[in-house]
Design a protein around this ligand. Structure first.
Ligand SMILES: Nc1ncnc2c1ncn2[C@@H]1O[C@H](COP(=O)(O)OP(=O)(O)OP(=O)(O)O)[C@@H](O)[C@H]1O
Length: 652
């Protein structure tokens, strides 16, 4: 059943679900004022229960960090029932899927990605944070192939600094360092390095270094530090992985050594940079746009924004800054619901706000002097912290005291269902009270009651209340009258994919979707995996130990038509013309990509006719362990492929 989130209405237009985790559903949405795409992580408080604390942990970290390879936070909305975390949208999907898609990455692609990971982790460590859940499922790609670290629910900021010991065992078993497995006290930095070793191995090899069907055997392998080194790995890659997967944490390479490691600088020469950004900084043009839009003085706008309330204004400003970085125009759409800037005394404008106003061109007459609007990429204190962390020297060249240079904070770690484990330890000995987690006491919650008309700043309170009430009634009428898009609506035909949607798709040689879905259902049944059919989608759930697998996961296999370019192919006559479902591999077998010129026009993506198109199987992990999902899909697709081959031979 589709849930309507009124607190987003007028501010964000939600689209499809792009991911699900143990705690959250993540939706793609458009930020109405800027038209920018964002991701909204929606968490139901009732389902969070005792894990409410992890939201606090995640938000605390996201509000502090700002790095090009950490997913940016724009806004936090808390209602009585939900959290909505509005973040940078990463359209490239999970690094995990990227690896699976390519089987394994080349050394140079792995290097490019690993440099970004090292940069982000070094930055986190310099701020006193350990991530504690580094794995390719928690690393996303944006459309420029930049990596973005997500999921800070298990991160820790030890009291007294990063060089203080933690005790809570948490994370995913296959990425867990030996000291975590043993339940010893450990350093957050050292367990992150181990997880990065596992990560680099998965990039280069396409499989986990430590894997087994039982947790005991898995832990034995981890404790022995025993893993295979495939022959195709270069000597330098092997050396680097070995230096991270050292059983004794004291022998493990440090993050500082990694920054300059020859493998990471090969062909690039420069050491990895850890340059941080300022979370929010003054930008003359963006501030002017914001001030004009909200009808306040620029100083007042900045005074408000620098409080970093993570409300709609913060989101709008941060999105404007990112538009500016990309060289896009700085325009704001006045159809977004307006939110008042609390300090009314500063409101000076009387001009009506125009639709799609491009405010850069209309410079206001009440701007703050240009010299006050200096962009400050990094604050002195941030620079100092980074310098101190990586040079072991203070700016006046005194040795740095290793602990205590970051404001102490409580470490936190919270159990994560499906993929993670946790054993209780002193670093979470102070149970987080089941209090209402507020992200910022002064952050306005954008419930419908807080929506004002465009010129609300000039409307007296009582009149505004009346208007608000009329507006709410109006919304209710509109909602009753607007037909709802039912998420449960069942597709009567498989969807026809475009070329851009061919990620995570296996091709078949068949044209009949009913036949393929029934073969898939049979294969799932044979493997003992219960599944539900909805339209042309099968949703399966794997319990631990089905298929002798440690993890559990749920997934979807959707039958769809593959795009074919040009006139429909002749009816299938027996000999497959394209690659058939490839046994035991999740690699995407690209269907023929032919640009057909019809009436002088190329039609690559928009060919809407599915008649005679071949059928494909699109897979998607919904929840749970990614490697379990990979194994299950491979086995099911292999089984289906061999079953269908028999049917093909006798029936065609
Ligand atoms: N900013 C984003 N842009 C695009 N997709 C995202 C974004 N954030 C999350 N996702 C997708 O949603 C999925 C779930 O998000 P996330 O891991 O943050 O949720 P969670 O409930 O904390 O998960 P977990 O159970 O792993 O803790 C991710 O694996 C990813 O596929």
């Amino acid at each position: 059943m589709m849930v309507r989130h009124y607190s987003l209405k007028g501010f964000y237009e939600t689209e499809r679900t792009v991911g699900c985790g143990g705690f959250a559903k993540v939706k793609l949405a458009t930020h109405v004022a800027t038209g920018e795409k964002v991701a909204i992580k929606i968490m139901d408080k009732a389902l969070l229960g005792a894990d409410l604390a992890r939201v606090e942990t995640e938000l605390g970290a996201l509000k502090t960090v700002c790095h090009e390879h950490v997913c940016k936070l724009y806004q936090v909305i808390e209602t009585d029932t939900h959290f909505f975390i509005i973040m940078e949208y990463c359209s490239g999907g999970e690094l995990f899927d990227h690896i699976v898609e390519k089987n394994r990455l080349t050394e140079s692609e792995s290097r490019m990605f690993f440099r970004q990971i090292v940069s982000a982790v070094a930055y986190l460590h310099s701020l006193g944070y350990a991530h504690r859940d580094l794995k390719p499922e928690n690393i996303l790609l944006d459309k420029y192939q930049n990596l973005k670290l997500i999921d800070f629910g298990l991160c820790a900021k030890p009291e007294g600094g990063i060089n203080n010991l933690l005790q809570t065992s948490c994370g995913s078993p296959t990425y867990a360092a030996p000291e975590l497995v043993l339940g010893k006290q450990y350093l957050g930095t050292e367990v992150d390095i181990w997880a990065m070793g596992v990560l680099l191995y998965t990039l280069l090899v396409g499989a986990l270094p430590f894997d087994d069907n039982t947790i005991d055997c898995l832990y034995r392998k981890i404790l022995a530090g025993r893993y295979e080194e495939p022959h195709f790995l270069s000597l330098e890659s092997k050396r680097l992985i070995r230096s991270m997967l050292q059983v004794d944490p004291k022998n493990r390479i440090t993050i500082k050594e990694l920054l300059n490691h020859p493998w990471l600088t090969l062909g690039i020469l420069d050491p990895v940079e850890i340059k941080s950004e300022n979370v929010i900084y003054q930008d003359h043009e963006c501030l002017e746009v914001m001030a004009c839009y909200n009808q306040v003085k620029k100083e007042a706008m900045w005074d408000y924004l620098k409080q970093r309330k993570y409300d709609y204004h913060t989101a709008t400003y941060l999105l404007l800054l990112s538009r500016k970085k990309r060289g896009s125009s700085l325009k704001l759409n006045s159809s977004a619901t307006k939110v008042d800037i609390p300090n009314k005394g500063t409101i000076i404008r009387r001009k009506p706000v125009l639709r799609n106003l491009n405010i850069i061109q209309s410079r206001s007459d009440d701007v703050v002097g240009d010299n006050q609007m200096v962009e400050t990429p990094t604050t002195p204190s941030e620079t100092t912290n980074l310098q101190m962390f990586f040079n072991d020297r203070t700016p006046d060249n005194k040795p740095v005291k290793k602990s205590g240079f970051i404001e102490p904070d409580k470490p936190s770690s919270v159990r994560k269902p499906h993929k993670r484990y946790r054993s209780p330890g002193p670093d979470d000995s102070s149970p987080v009270p089941a209090k209402r987690v507020t992200t910022d006491q002064s952050t306005p919650v954008h419930t419908p009651d807080r929506k004002y008309s465009a010129n609300n700043s000039e409307t007296p309170g009582s009149a505004r209340r009346v208007l608000g009430s009329i507006e709410r009634s109006f919304h209710r009428v509109v909602n009753v009258l607007t037909p709802r898009k039912n998420e449960d609506s069942v597709n009567v035909r498989p969807s026809l994919l475009t070329n851009k949607e061919l990620c995570n798709v296996s091709t078949t040689q068949y044209h009949d979707p009913e036949f393929v879905i029934s073969e898939l259902s049979r294969a799932l049944e044979k493997k003992g995996i219960c599944c539900k059919r909805k339209g042309f989608t099968l949703r399966g759930k794997v319990e631990p130990n089905v298929l002798k697998n440690l993890g559990d996961c749920s997934f979807e296999l959707e039958i769809c038509y593959l795009p074919h370019m040009g006139p429909p192919p002749p009816k299938f006559t027996g000999t497959p013309t394209r690659s058939i479902l490839k046994k035991g591999s999740l690699n995407y077998n690209s269907p023929a990509r032919v640009n057909v010129i019809r009436d002088g026009e190329a039609k690559p993506d928009n060919f809407k006719d599915s008649s005679n198109a071949l059928v494909g199987i699109r897979r998607k992990r919904l929840k749970g362990d990614a490697w379990c999902y990979k194994k299950v899909c491979e086995e099911i697709l292999a089984l289906t492929a061999s079953d269908m081959k028999g049917v093909t031979e006798s029936s065609v």
